[in-house]
Write a protein that binds this ligand. Structure first.
Ligand code: ADP
Ligand code: MG
Length: 604
């Protein structure tokens, strides 16, 4: 009988398996650096030649290996880090599968030198094609040196697949940065083609970030630090002005392991919403620490993905912690009692792990306060509502869009029966079931206008009304140049403007829902504030313009409102996505509850 099945020789099987772990020089850099960290080194040198294609060498002063361990470490599934299955759920070290060295030995020539503290001489091994070629005693410093030479020397197809040195170097620096950020206590040294690129002293995380990401960050980092019984978060976010158009400086670590998480990235982005332009990315280096049992370790470790037992809590927590941090540094002012309540409510959902207890807490007022719309820490499903991979997750605690819509409409119909009172021609006061709400009319209207304008675009511009007597405006040459750029956006926002000679323009139309008049003054103010915004906050052209217009068009404090106008404004505010703050992040209203009032009066 003809056999078609053959068993692959070991070295070929090893090469195939290795492909998963070692794809490029940077994968070896990651594995070797992590092994050095796991060996408790306080100093690690990384030496590269030819972007790691010719040489990746890692020298550490860690605990070293005995001669026997040195031979064993190249075997597949040789690891000193797990002994029994239970250990899998308590992983604290970086590696644990015992695959890295076996993979490297399958696809490169390896030279290992190592010595433990209790032995005078060390051992030197040479390995190629998964086979130990030589073993000799050697005088070597305490610790381990592993040199990986000529990556893919025996797999030409893969060698040809490697990218340019510049590209491979970028991958390496990325891995180096991730490990160096996670361990600021460890000294790191990086030499490439005999040139020293980095010499990182041990120090604080902040110092390490500045060393790696650049001096400008020295005064541009905001501390993030929150602790609960369930998880802790610490680290830094860059101030909004450091946000960049390109992704790059975003780092999440879970139990000190670098991870990629679109879901958590979104949590950070949402905390930065309206502080940076829509097409920018904030810098962050964040560490989340939690019980390893709360993480699914079955996810492949080299994929840098992670699964949390309760992803929603982690999301909410990250978002809240960053908002809190930004608020504390008064980058985004918020209602402080809301923030604290948000954080506290998180603590309160830390302990329970039974389904029953979870449900009880989920329905408690603290938790619902935390998830309610218009709270500083509301988890806004609506604004995350586009088809995101996690959109299908069960969100028991947070009402569905339709439910919330219904609740909102209910409140809005209720508004018909409510009496509104204007105080000081500036505040709108109206009763709630167990208290009352005080709305700042100007800030509320700024928010309403902001969201209305944000929805406008070329397809659906703000309706414009043709002026019967078009106003002519005259600008300085510099302002005219700036203004010229804004004309298309202004058209979407209801202002129809045509050039009329040198530095002169005619306003043919203004937003239909606004009274016209004083166009020159309006445009002057818009330009002035626009310049200010463009300088201080990095926003897109359109968003900066919308912020200015929202402010410009909002009803002022001191302006008398009719009952109908008040009702309409409050209704519009309740329909807003972020009705609790104006576009600058200042509160639009304050709420006074019966229990707070009782306290103020000295009742318990
Ligand atoms: P893992 O890290 O998943 O255990 P590796 O293949 O990376 O698997 O390493 C295998 C074993 O070799 C480790 O468990 C460790 O015992 C030993 N080892 C590797 N690198 C070092 C090092 N730099 N110092 C001391 N021991 C090391
Ligand atoms: Mg390892």
């Amino acid at each position: 009988m003809l056999t078609t099945i053959t068993v692959l020789p070991d070295h070929i099987a090893n090469q195939i398996a290795a492909g998963e772990v070692i794809q490029r020089p940077a994968s070896a850099v990651k594995e070797l650096l992590e092994n050095a960290v796991d060996a408790e080194a306080s100093e690690i040198h990384l030496i590269l030649n030819d972007a790691g294609k010719a040489l990746v060498q890692v020298i550490d002063n860690g605990k070293g290996m005995s001669a026997e361990d040195a031979r064993l470490c190249f075997e597949r599934h040789a690891t000193s880090k797990i002994k029994q299955i239970d250990d899998l759920f308590q992983i604290r070290t970086m590696g644990f599968r015992g695959e890295a060295l076996a993979s490297i030995a399958a696809v490169a020539q390896v030279e290992l030198k190592t010595r433990t503290p209790d032995s005078e001489v060390g051992v030197q091994l040479e390995v190629a094609n998964s086979r130990i070629e030589s073993e000799v005693p050697v005088a070597t410093p305490l610790g381990t040196s592993i040199a990986m030479k000529n990556l893919f020397f025996n797999v030409p197809a893969r060698r040809n697949f490697l990218k340019s040195n510049a590209a491979e170097m970028r991958h390496i620096l990325e891995e180096f940065t991730r490990v160096a950020l996670a361990f600021p206590d460890i000294r790191f040294n990086l030499t490439a083609n005999h040139q020293q690129l980095y010499q990182l002293e041990s120090g604080s995380l902040k110092q390490r970030i500045v060393q790696l990401l650049g001096n400008p960050y020295q005064s541009k980092l905001v501390t993030v630090q929150e602790q609960t019984d369930y998880l802790n978060i610490r680290g830094f976010v860059g101030k909004p002005e450091t946000a960049k158009k390109t992704r790059g400086d975003q780092y999440f670590f879970v139990n000190n392991r670098y991870i990629k998480s679109g879901y958590l990235h979104h949590a950070v982005m949402s905390a930065f919403q309206e502080l940076i332009a829509g097409d920018q990315f904030p810098t962050y280096v964040l560490f989340i620490d939690l019980d390893p049992a709360q993480i699914d370790v079955n996810v492949h470790p080299t994929k840098q993905e992670i699964k949390f037992e309760d992803e929603k809590i982690v999301y909410a927590f990250v978002q809240a912690a960053i908002r809190h941090a930004l608020a504390q540094f008064s980058i985004t002012p918020t209602l402080d009692f809301d923030l604290d309540r948000g954080i506290q409510s998180l603590t309160s959902i830390q302990h329970p792990f039974t389904e029953e207890k979870k449900q009880a807490t989920a329905s408690s007022s603290l938790y619902s306060g935390f998830t309610q719309k218009n709270q500083a820490h509301f988890i806004d499903r609506a604004s995350t509502g586009q088809a995101k991979p996690w959109a299908g997750l069960p969100m028991r605690e947070v009402s569905t869009n339709e439910e919330r819509q219904a609740a909102l409409l209910h409140t809005i119909t209720d508004l018909e029966e409510i009496t509104f009172t204007q105080l000081l021609n500036t505040y709108i006061l109206y009763p709630l079931k167990d208290g009352y709400r005080l709305i700042h009319q100007q800030r509320a209207h700024e928010r309403v206008r902001f969201e209305q304008l944000m929805q406008a675009d070329a397809q659906k511009p703000i309706a414009s009304q043709r002026s019967m007597f078009p106003a002519t405006i005259e600008l300085s040459p510099a302002d005219a140049a700036l203004f010229e750029e804004l004309i298309p956006e202004l058209a979407e926002l209801g202002y129809l403007i045509e050039p009329f000679g040198k530095h002169t323009y005619v306003v043919q139309g203004t937003p239909a829902d606004l009274e016209s008049g004083e166009e020159q003054q309006t445009i002057d103010q818009v330009l002035e504030q626009y310049k200010h915004f463009a300088q201080t906050v990095q926003l897109s052209k359109k968003e900066a313009l919308i912020r200015v217009l929202a402010r410009q068009q909002a009803v002022r404090g001191g302006h008398r409102l009719t009952e109908r106008e008040m009702r309409e404004l409050v209704g519009d505010l309740l329909r807003c996505q972020k009705g609790n703050v104006n576009p600058d992040g200042h509160p639009t209203y304050l709420e006074f509850r019966a229990d707070q009032l009782n306290k103020l009066f000295g009742f318990q």
